[in-house]
Design a protein around this ligand. Structure first.
Ligand code: CA
Length: 791
């Protein structure tokens, strides 16, 4: 008996990380009937839709459905003509649907379809979805993109590498649905055992290199390959929908006799030159499309064949030739075609349906194994478990949305759905434990709205100052005035708006203000002052010490931030270009403030927040936490020219988009890119906007407010009870780097909408956080002595 083409296939589509909808579609048909398989082969198709108002999804769905139905309904035993007709039919169907509905005008889709029959692969392509062949550890892109950048590459105006990142890389020059007719490119490739054909959308091909694709496909079975391909594209950002079909040739068949001896309707005669351009033994090419007056509309037929070694590969585009035929020929053919459709239709639908049921069972099986895999991974690698669960969820959603399930399948799906929810909850809990995340509110927290009815400004920052046995909470208003927070969460004005307070801070026992005094006459520059208020026995402001900043210290620099440790008050200045910074150091002896020698250094981005430890000032600059040594920390050594990055033992994981307790089947499984455990890393918190220092149980903590991720990070210098950070590594221009470790991440989009200010009580019993959500400003208290559990 003749050898049969045997194939192993898997397909996967994923919405990606950034899009809300999946506009990609895919399908395959492997006929069960050996006769159909031998004459028509197996069909694979991927389409990437575009157009607003869900039109992209519609266009790609029409393409996939029309091509797979029309191809098998055409009993022409040639492959190329029915495949081209099917694609052209899809083009017409989309174009018509777009014309019927204003909202869908302009919708379109790419389409890459492949028929594998006997020992041959036929690939038809419109747009920038791709077909690759992986053979013997090498990869070759078979299709040619109809995109602007691909044209530039072919013209030698852009390199492949430039094209990958070019701003216009998404512009395609040809697609289905936007014009009444379309040119389709066809390629042909002889198959050998072990070949893998990959069809994919640009959401995959644009995100992974050909080499990565080759490595993944060559190493695993199709079922695993599609999963790893999608995973890799997501790891690289997943900006677009991702779709892949991987087909492995287990055994090649033979081409049907009719194909080897082509005497068919629609074939065109080849001139001698054309024949010479074809590889020996290759079937004749076909006219890509004709209309009733017999003129050829289409397009190059590219025959690609032979081994992957460049010397033998042939991909010469064939010129399309004009041809004339009887005017009655095509109408007759159409009638014949419709008759055959009527007879064959029922049978074709029957085997399509059988195939559908099998493919649903297969999908349910792979979801089950993904959930099982996630269960095994949940303890050691919760990030990976969540990725697997996310893939499982996508498959389940695809089954619910795009397929009709029987009762058994539906009950299996429901069972898998509830297993999925339970596993996601476990994985989120493990992820949070691993990343030191606690969700707020919890037992340790309370929150109060601030009553702003009696004032005309919004509190900007807070400071917690100790006196006798009490604590006073002060607030800097957006008007530049000073306020005190009452026990009823109201605000009492202490200093008028005309005080022009630029910044406020505390050393725990005194309130520090940086003020600005405009002087008469617009040409006179303003002066700045540092004011230090002690509190009396009742917590009221007592007589302050103050110092006017020496104008010669300014030199184009503007004071903007103030911080303190012990008797040292530091004012941070920077220039308009944000290149240079200076720290002024004022020491208090209880009677007056004395300016010490300033610290000068260069910066690369604006300093947005500062906090002082005993011998370091921490600076927040564009998400990077840096430190600069002060108070004799570099005595003897030259003063550094740059701040040093603060180091952490491992990078800090981002919070997930869902809580374990709240997760339900209607929510999207949260995923996070696992951070590489690379040892000491610079402490960078992309969304950070605030730094603050507090001493809890005699250990100095650094707090970082991250409004973007709705979290408060708590770090300290490690296990030692020392209030001084331990310093490691040193280089010439920067000082020693401070090593810190993460203690806790407090996370909540509700409790921490925007983090405006952090003030730890002098005794270290409470972390007070000023937050804002719309017009509501609230004060959140986190008790440090109570463990934060969500019970
Ligand atoms: Ca796309």
């Amino acid at each position: 008996m003749a050898k049969q083409l045997r194939l192993e296939v898997a397909q996967l589509t994923d919405v990606g990380r950034k899009r809300e909808h999946n506009e990609d579609n895919m399908a395959y048909v492997i006929p069960k009937d050996a006769q159909v398989m031998a004459t028509k082969g197996a069909l694979f198709i991927v389409a990437d839709g575009m157009g607003g108002h869900a039109a992209g999804e519609v266009a790609s769905e029409i393409a996939v459905d029309t091509v797979s139905n029309a191809y098998y309904m055409d009993d022409n035993e040639d492959v190329v003509t029915p495949l081209l007709q099917a694609i052209k039919r899809a083009n017409a169907a989309i174009h018509q649907r777009a014309a019927e509905n204003m909202l869908r005008s302009g919708m379109g889709t790419t389409c890459v379809a492949s028929v594998l029959r006997g020992n041959m692969a036929y690939i038809a392509n419109v747009g920038d979805s791709r077909a690759y062949l992986v053979r013997a550890g090498q990869v070759k892109q078979i299709s040619q993109d109809h995109s602007w950048v691909a044209e530039q590459v072919r013209a030698g105006l852009l390199s492949e590498e430039q094209a990958r990142t070019h701003a216009q890389r998404n512009v395609i020059t040809r697609c289905l649905g936007t014009q009444p007719d379309v040119e389709v490119d066809v390629f042909r490739e002889p198959l050998v055992e072990g070949d893998c054909l990959v069809l994919c959308t640009d959401g995959l091909s644009g995100l992974i290199s050909d080499d990565e694709l080759r490595a993944i496909v060559a190493q695993s079975v199709p079922q695993e390959s599609v999963y790893h391909l999608v995973e890799r594209a997501n790891e690289n950002g997943g900006p677009d929908n991702i779709t892949a079909i991987v087909v492995r040739v287990q055994e090649v068949g033979v081409e049907p006799v009719s194909a080897r001896d082509p005497v068919r309707v629609g074939a065109r005669e080849l001139s001698e030159e054309e024949t010479a351009a074809l590889p020996a033994g290759a079937p004749m090419p076909y006219i890509a499309g004709s209309n009733t007056d017999g003129r050829v509309i289409s397009a190059p037929l590219r025959l690609s064949s032979g081994p992957l070694s460049p010397s033998e590969s042939v991909t010469a585009p064939q010129p399309a030739l004009a041809r004339r035929r009887s005017r009655l020929f095509f109408p007759t053919l159409l009638l014949l075609f419709l008759l055959i459709v009527a007879i064959a239709g029922g049978g074709v639908f029957y085997f399509l349906h059988l195939n559908e049921a099998q493919s649903i069972d297969r999908s349910l099986g792979s979801v089950e194994s993904l959930i099982g895999q996630a269960k095994n991974e949940a303890a050691a690698n919760p990030s990976q478990a969540l990725k697997d669960l996310s893939s499982a969820q996508n498959s389940l959603r695809d089954l619910q949305k795009n397929h009709t399930l029987d009762d058994t399948q539906t009950s299996k799906l429901n069972q898998l759905q509830s297993q999925l929810v339970a596993q996601v909850k476990t994985a989120i809990s493990n992820y949070n434990a691993h990343a030191q995340i606690v969700q707020l509110p919890c037992q340790a927290t309370s929150s109060n709205l601030i009553n702003m009815l009696s004032i005309n400004t919004v509190p900007q920052s807070i400071a917690s100052v100790g006196y006798g046995k009490g604590i006073a909470l002060f607030s800097l208003g957006g008007d530049g005035g000073l306020y005190q927070l009452t026990t009823q969460n109201g605000l009492v004005n202490l200093l008028p708006a005309s005080s022009n307070i630029l910044a406020m801070n505390t050393n725990g026992a005194q309130l520090l203000l940086l003020t600005k005094q405009a002087r008469n006459g617009s040409t006179t520059p303003p002066t700045y002052s540092v004011v230090v208020y002690p509190l009396d026995q009742n917590g009221k402001l007592a007589t302050p010490l103050s110092a006017t900043i020496d104008p010669t210290q300014l030199k184009g620099l503007v004071p903007s931030l103030v911080t303190a440790w012990g008797n040292n008050t530091y004012v941070v200045l920077s220039d308009a270009n944000q290149n240079n910074a200076r720290i002024l150091d004022y020491v208090s002896d209880g009677k007056r403030l004395t300016a010490l020698k300033p610290y000068d250094f260069s910066i690369s981005a604006p300093i947005s927040s500062v906090a002082a430890f005993a011998d370091q000032i921490f600076l927040l600059s564009n998400g990077a936490v840096q430190s600069f040594p002060v108070a004799g920390a570099f005595s003897g050594a030259p003063q550094p020219q740059l701040p040093s990055p603060v180091l952490v033992q491992s990078p800090i994981n981002l919070p997930l988009a869902a809580n374990p307790n709240d997760f339900s089947s209607s929510m999207v499984v949260p995923t996070a890119t696992p951070v590489e455990q690379t040892g000491n890393s610079p402490l960078t918190v992309a969304g950070a906007n605030l730094l603050s220092v507090g001493v809890v149980n005699k250990v100095t903590h650094l707090y970082i407010g991250d409004s973007q991720n709705h979290r408060l990070l708590d770090l300290n210098v490690g296990q030692t009870a020392s209030a001084t950070p331990t310093a490691t590594s040193q280089n010439a221009t920067a000082g020693k780097s401070v090593m810190m470790q993460l203690v806790q991440q407090y996370v909540s989009s509700q409790s921490l909408p925007v983090v405006k200010s952090i003030a730890v009580d002098p005794q270290g019993t409470n972390i007070n956080v000023l937050t804002q959500s719309g017009a509501n400003v609230a004060l959140l208290h986190i008790a440090t002595g109570v463990s934060c559990t969500n019970a």
